[in-house]
Design a protein around this ligand. Structure first.
Ligand code: ATP
Ligand code: MG
Length: 369
């Protein structure tokens, strides 16, 4: 019921009502955007949830997680496969490579003609790892969209991984292509804040000011509570003392991944004992279990700070509320470095906090073990 570690959408999706409204409006108006947030805040889930709810039959969403494609050809193939599936053509890539004549017959039965898609067919026939092929294919999608009165929304998740292709001028070339398209809305998201920052917010980057950059925050407590209590009620589950739920959400800072993980642990504790009432003790036990599950991830995140001089100590000092002894310029620099890693969040001018309560527990060793 409370899913963790996978993309969540549909009835187990919580909160985000305002973001859904705004992002849906962007999509309806072909406004490309970038969603930025630390790991586990629900970037992928939010976009997939919105995609599930697109009602306009002429607007079709496509998702590609760049991390999954080791080279540009595979990314190009995946996009073409998904794009032509919209027209009902299955296994487009395989057909384009091996059974072009069959494919041409099939195309005649849908709304497309060979002329519409010949660029894509040609480029799929050789594996050359050319970025230009990806661009020509996207241009062809644009041409088809105009002809068919269609709109496409392309979600490029983990977009920072595009840099792993080490292709010269890749950002310049992609930006030049994307910005020509009037019928394709591009959505970018990524978990490595540092790279996302270098792609979208650095003045010298070609993607600087391409579309809108939005931050996804922690869950809104009130909306989250309403959604969770409603879901639990459907299963006849209640909190013995509703304030306990409130308190634990405060402690967790409504961190999306951690909160859902805790709820899942609570739910399984009840299932084990065949009970319907959540007691204070269940919440405490679930918190420790959730902390244990998250610990490896926390360790890996903390490990990242050890490569940047002085940042681990600053994290430690912030968590423990101890003096860091840094001059203000150096503290500012380290705060920004940690913010770019997604480990600190700026809460007011010069004030940064660790939003992940498990990370605070780890650094203060508050939770036993
Ligand atoms: N709106 C939501 N409703 C329910 N669960 C959510 C929501 N947002 C996040 N979660 C929880 O957080 C987990 C991580 O979500 P998701 O993978 O979408 O985050 P992400 O920001 O894309 O993370 P990453 O940066 O690691 O890719 C989900 O598996 C789920 O447990
Ligand atoms: Mg994600």
């Amino acid at each position: 019921m409370f899913n963790v570690g996978s993309v969540v959408s549909g009835k187990y999706f919580f909160d985000r009502k305002i973001k859904i409204k705004i992002l849906t409006e962007y999509i309806n108006n072909n406004q490309s955007f970038t969603l930025k947030a630390p790991r586990g805040y629900g970037k992928t889930s939010l976009i997939e949830h919105i995609f599930l709810n697109i009602k306009d039959k002429k607007t079709t969403p496509i998702s590609c997680d760049i991390k999954r494609y080791p080279n540009i050809d595979l990314l190009t193939q995946s996009l073409s496969e998904k794009y032509f599936a919209i027209y009902g053509i299955k296994n487009f890539v395989q057909k384009a490579k091996k059974m072009v004549t069959d494919l041409i017959d099939e195309i005649d039965t849908v709304q497309l003609s060979y002329n519409d898609i010949k660029t894509t067919i040609k480029l799929l026939s050789h594996d050359t790892q050319k970025l230009e092929h990806l661009c020509s294919m996207l241009d062809e999608f644009e041409t088809i969209n105009i002809k068919q009165n269609h709109k496409t929304v392309i979600f490029l998740d983990e977009f920072q991984d595009i840099l792993k292709y080490n292709y010269p001028e890749i950002l310049n070339i992609l930006r030049a292509t994307f910005q020509k398209h009037k019928t394709i809305t591009y959505i970018f998201a990524g978990s490595i804040e540092k790279l996302m920052y270098h792609i979208f917010e650095k003045y010298s980057s070609p993607f600087y000011k391409f579309g809108i950059v939005l931050e996804l925050d922690l869950f809104d407590k009130k909306d989250l509570k309403t959604d969770v209590i409603k879901l639990l009620k459907n299963k006849n589950i209640i909190f013995q003392n509703p304030m306990d739920f409130d308190d634990i959400l405060t402690r967790l800072n409504c961190h999306p991944y951690n909160t859902v993980m805790l709820l899942q642990k609570i739910y399984y504790l009840l299932l084990e004992d065949n009970r319907n009432t959540i007691k204070k003790d269940d919440i405490a036990r679930a918190y420790n279990l959730a902390y244990d599950s998250a610990k490896r991830l926390i360790e890996a995140e903390i490990e990242r700070t050890k490569n940047i001089k002085g940042t681990y100590k600053l994290m430690y000092d912030i968590a423990n509320n101890t003096a860091d002894g840094l001059d203000s310029n150096l503290r500012y620099l380290r705060n920004v470095q940690l913010e770019n890693l997604g480990l600190l969040t700026k809460v007011s001018k010069g004030k940064y906090e660790i939003q992940d309560s498990f990370m605070v527990d780890y650094l203060t060793a508050e939770v036993p073990k």
